[in-house]
Design a protein. Structure first.
Lengths: 320, 574
């Protein structure tokens, strides 16, 4: 079985004159994975996508999809990739089936198979009820679905979706999330950019964070969180709120390794952050109990993708 | 609120005046007016050997008869007046035509209508700024008009002031009509197309009934007279003292200033009222039909609709047939008038128009002579080609860029050549329809005067080449612009320079241009070749065929090559 990645980017660099839009980017995505491609505006996401879909040439480095070079094999790439840009690009006076039929014909799908294929993609995107609607009369959420139906029409291996959840209401966002998971489950490889990070965190198997053209973090969600947020936050819940001050003083006396100490008497909680390993943390808990503190819970406060992103997206010189 | 303290007016004024395009337009109008005056400035020899340079400058008339001076002045004033009127018709409508539709598409119209500003204030702001900007452009020609006035023989009250009044009225009418169309349109290119069609109808087509029903006292001559009052042409001719222009009593003019002012006032008022009606908040969101198809309705409804439409526009359409360029089908389907039921209606209209033309040519050829009838048909067809060609072709690539569809098109495996061919052919069929509609008219003429057969074939060939050139230039402009409005305006600019500009050189034939220069210039214009072939008075001395054909073929091929290259470039990785 071939385990080579479906999307393979190596040392990709793109310069526009003096400006470096992409600087030595290396990453890969395996079959059936969803890559969350995150970065602030102007970070280089669109440049990367344009190179991947064969619309832009890199200054150096390589980008391959299913082993085909995106620069030299642009025409083959078009059949392997389905790209949905952030603008829908609708045509006036066209019904949904006519719109899909045009793209199916443009991709060279034979006349006899086209009708069936249109039905399949409408079913996949749960958009059968829109079939006779005029494209420009559809709501934004509906248009996003038809956009996905369009990129699926030629059954590509890789889907690149630019901000698919942008501007969607909560219900439509949930439906979009389920649709993307369904596509990944069917074996498609997805690269998804989004500014709605909690959404990405729920669906992505891999995350890449890019700022200023440089890849800041890449890996599974856990790996990225650990590499970008090495300090974990812990919470000590006390049965007796009066113990808060005592607990705070005790943890302070533990010295180095425990930072950002905060106590909330109202909640009966003391929080701190630390990079200590599990064994050291167990030791701290044992000592707290030994000191007579009424500890009822000792837990890690999960940090999220937003925290990870902000830790690298913060402009230089900015303070927390 | 002080009417001058209108935020829409201030914003529009700043936006327009700050643009470099305004300065360019101002300089162009001023430069062209000066050029016309310089080209037509009477030479000492033309005024007779008795004139002196001093006489010309001061127009005091010492030794130069008033009649000669007056004729010399009119030779300068006439092309200047018509040139200014043509410039207004070409430049002014583009801006009001896109003004409201652009705001609606951006979503800023809703914000304006939700603000405390009354729709009247919004409309007045837009209309007044359009009029003011156009008046500023007209003012660029004042030095040229003043120079003409200095020649003598030109009265400020009888000539200059009425002409300026007519030009300002033209501006007011075109601005009002443009804004009304813009308030109803769904896209900027559609608004442009309809506005230029309205300008053509008001300025030129309104004259046709009065040409057809010249005499008698019935409803038709009266209607023709009223319609003719809508066009500025009769009023301008009256100011210029061209009572017999057009010849043979077709366009005799007198007493048209008052009716023109009245008709303009009515048109402005009607257009303003209609625009204000469209600017009501409840009209803001015109929901697109959800798209119920006939296939889901009862058999009776299906049967009735098939009978009524022949091709039911609401039936579920079949897929794009194999071996047909999908881009061609897409282009037709995305145009409102490209749908099959509309094409059938257009073909029917063309057939009726064609029959009408055949009758006119059959009777007219006997009464007025073939050259005049052919010239009228050539000019009419040229006007239609100029109207439809750029408005259809200018959006081919620019429209895709504007809507974001180009990226999607580039992501398909379609080659640049196939995209271009599909897009261009969608316009070719439409333009061919316009040209073919008049063929029976030419056949009728060829039947009546068989000796004209070769000339008529040459005329049709020249018109086909005109259509090809208009299409190629417009499509080429489309590939180099990012918005349809700019592409359309550029196309009109280039084509007017090529087609109307060469006629301006012809107007200045012998003064100062010699026959050779005029002939060489007219070779850029295949429509001029058609007129020379039919021996239209004024063109009979020029031999333009086949050289003019070669030139237009060369221009067309060059533009198509450029279009192909640019499209290839746009589909290539950056």
């Amino acid at each position: 079985m071939d385990h080579s990645p479906v999307v393979d980017i190596k040392n990709l660099t793109k310069r526009y004159g003096e400006f470096t839009a992409l600087d030595d980017l290396t990453m890969h995505v395996d079959s059936g994975q969803i890559l969350g491609f995150i970065g602030p505006n102007g970070a280089g996401k669109t440049t990367t996508i344009k190179i991947l879909v064969g619309m832009s040439l890199p200054t150096s480095g390589t980008a391959k999809i299913a082993g085909i070079d995106c620069s030299s094999g642009a025409s083959q790439i078009k059949r392997l990739v389905g790209y949905m840009p952030d603008r829908f690009g609708s045509y006036d006076n066209m019904r949904v089936t006519e719109y899909l039929d045009f793209f199916a014909a443009a991709y060279g799908i034979p006349y006899r198979q086209r009708k069936q294929r249109i039905e399949e993609v409408l079913e996949t995107t749960s958009a059968q009820y829109m079939r006779d609607r005029y494209v420009e009369s559809l709501s934004h959420g509906m248009q996003q679905r038809i956009g996905i139906a369009r990129v699926l029409i030629h059954d590509p291996k890789v889907l690149i979706l630019d901000e698919p959840a942008n501007g969607l209401d909560p219900q439509a966002r949930i439906e979009m999330r389920e649709l993307l998971l369904k596509l990944a489950a069917s074996g498609k490889t997805l690269i998804v950019t989004s500014h709605i990070l909690p959404e990405l965190a729920r669906i992505c198997s891999t995350v890449a964070i890019i700022t200023g053209g440089k890849l800041r973090a890449f890996g599974t969600l856990d790996q990225v969180m650990h590499s970008l947020c090495p300090k974990r936050t812990f919470e000590v819940q006390l049965a007796d709120r009066a113990d808060c001050g005592k607990c705070h003083a005790f943890l302070e006396s533990m010295g180095n390794g425990l930072e950002d100490l905060q106590s909330s008497q109202a909640e009966g909680v003391v929080r701190f952050s630390s990079q200590k390993d599990e064994q050291s943390l167990g030791e701290i808990l044992r000592e707290m109990i030994g000191a007579g503190l009424s500890v009822t819970q000792f837990r890690e406060v999960p940090s999220d993708l937003e925290d990870a992103f902000l830790s690298v997206a913060k402009p230089a010189g900015a303070t927390a | 609120m002080n009417w001058l303290d209108n935020p829409v007016m201030r914003r529009e004024w700043r936006e327009r005046v700050r643009s470099w395009k305004f300065l360019a337009a101002f300089l162009t109008v001023g430069g062209l007016a000066a050029l016309v005056v310089l080209l037509r400035w009477p030479s000492i020899a033309s005024l007779g050997n008795t004139a002196t340079a001093g006489d010309l400058g001061g127009a005091s008339g010492s030794g130069v008869t008033a009649a000669v001076l007056s004729q010399g002045t009119m030779d300068v004033f006439r092309p200047l007046a018509f040139g200014l009127a043509a410039t207004i018709a070409a430049l002014v409508p583009a801006f009001p035509a896109t003004s409201i539709v652009r705001e609606r598409r951006r979503g800023t119209l809703a914000m304006l209508l939700q603000s405390p500003l009354h729709p009247v204030a919004i409309y007045a702001g837009k209309w007044l700024v359009n009029v003011a900007i156009a008046c500023a452009l007209i003012s660029a020609s004042l030095p040229a008009i003043a120079a003409t006035h200095m020649l003598g023989g030109l009265s400020f009250r009888s000539h200059v002031l009425p002409l300026l009044g007519i030009l300002v009225l033209m501006v007011m009418v075109f601005s009002a009509v443009g804004l009304w169309i813009s308030s109803r349109a769904q896209s900027a290119d559609g608004a442009l197309r309809w506005t230029y069609a309205a300008v053509l109808a008001i300025a030129v087509l309104s004259l046709i009934p009065s040409i057809l029903w010249t005499a008698g006292s019935g409803a038709m001559p009266a209607l023709g007279k009223w319609l003719r009052a809508c066009s500025a042409l009769s009023a301008i001719q009256e100011v210029l003292g061209q009572g017999a222009s057009g010849g043979e009593g077709i366009l005799q003019t007198s007493g048209w200033l008052g009716p023109y002012a009245l008709a303009s006032g009515l048109m402005i008022a009607a257009a303003a009222a209609a625009t204000l009606w469209e600017l009501r908040v409840q009209n803001l969101e015109k929901n697109r039909s959800a798209g119920r198809v006939t296939n889901e309705q009862s058999a009776g409804v299906q049967w009735f609709r098939r009978l009524a439409f022949l091709v039911d526009p609401k039936r579920r359409s079949s897929g794009i047939p194999p071996l047909i360029n999908p881009v061609l089908v897409k282009e037709f389907r995305t145009r409102k008038f490209g749908r099959l039921h509309w094409l059938l209606r257009i073909v029917a209209l063309c057939a009726i128009g064609s029959l009408g033309l055949t009758v006119i040519t059959a009777t007219g050829t006997v009464a007025w002579g073939a050259p005049r009838i052919v010239a009228a048909m050539v000019i009419l067809q040229l006007a239609l080609l100029l109207l439809f060609g750029p408005s259809l072709a200018s959006g081919l690539i620019a429209g895709e860029m504007e809507s974001g569809g180009w990226v999607q098109l580039c992501m398909t495996p379609l080659k640049a050549a196939k995209i271009v061919t599909g897009k261009v052919m969608s316009v070719v069929w439409t333009l061919l329809l316009i040209l073919l509609a008049t063929l029976p008219g030419y056949f009728a003429m060829g039947y009546i005067q068989p000796e004209l057969k070769t000339q008529l074939i040459h005329v049709v060939a020249s018109l086909l080449l005109s259509g090809a050139m208009i299409l190629a230039v417009s499509a080429c402009c489309s590939a180099f612009q990012k918005t349809t409005a700019v592409a359309t305006a550029s196309s009109y600019g280039i084509l007017l320079a090529l087609l109307a500009g060469t006629f301006l050189v012809w107007v200045a034939r012998d003064k100062p241009f010699g026959k050779d220069f005029v002939e060489r210039t007219l070779m850029l214009n295949p429509a001029a070749a058609a007129l020379s072939e039919i021996r239209m008075p004024g063109f009979e001395t020029y031999q333009l065929v086949p050289q003019a054909w070669y030139v237009s073929i060369a221009i067309t091929l060059f533009c198509f090559l450029l279009l192909g290259f640019r499209t290839w470039q746009l589909t290539r990785p950056k």
